[in-house]
Design a binder for this molecule. Sequence first.
Ligand SMILES: [Fe+2]
Length: 161
Amino acid sequence: MAKLNPTKNSLPEDARKQLVEHLNERLATLIDLQLQSKQLHWTLRSPHFIALHELLDELVDDVSGYADLVAERAAQLGGIADGTLATVTSKSVLDDLKAKNISTEDLLLIITDALGKAGGVMRESIDWTDDLNDAATSDIFTEITRGLDAWLWKFEAHQGK
Ligand SMILES: [Fe+2]
């Protein structure tokens, strides 16, 4: 585990090391989700284009904010935030996305799957970080999970079933 920067943060060093590593793993999934949402914003071909195109940009903005919360938390705990492409590629839990035309049906399948997976691992992080007595990081994951659950609902509602 990487050495930490000096800090007067009162959490024990061993816990902070584990938290930083965990935060960087979740950061990878959030950056991937942000990039995939933008990719889908560009490649959508749909009778509902403008509504979904604009909705995807709102998702990109929200997910960018979540990534920022997670990266800066890692820094606050003395760690080095790692949003590099190599780490995103190796640590993201999302399926790979192909650059191709995306229909409404494809979009809804891809984005609900990605939001379900990302929301699922963020929900696991709520308890994982709480078990290390870091209620502040746990609160960040609660906020992100709540946000991703809401986004999943918005896209699932478009599936009309
Ligand atoms: Fe755009």
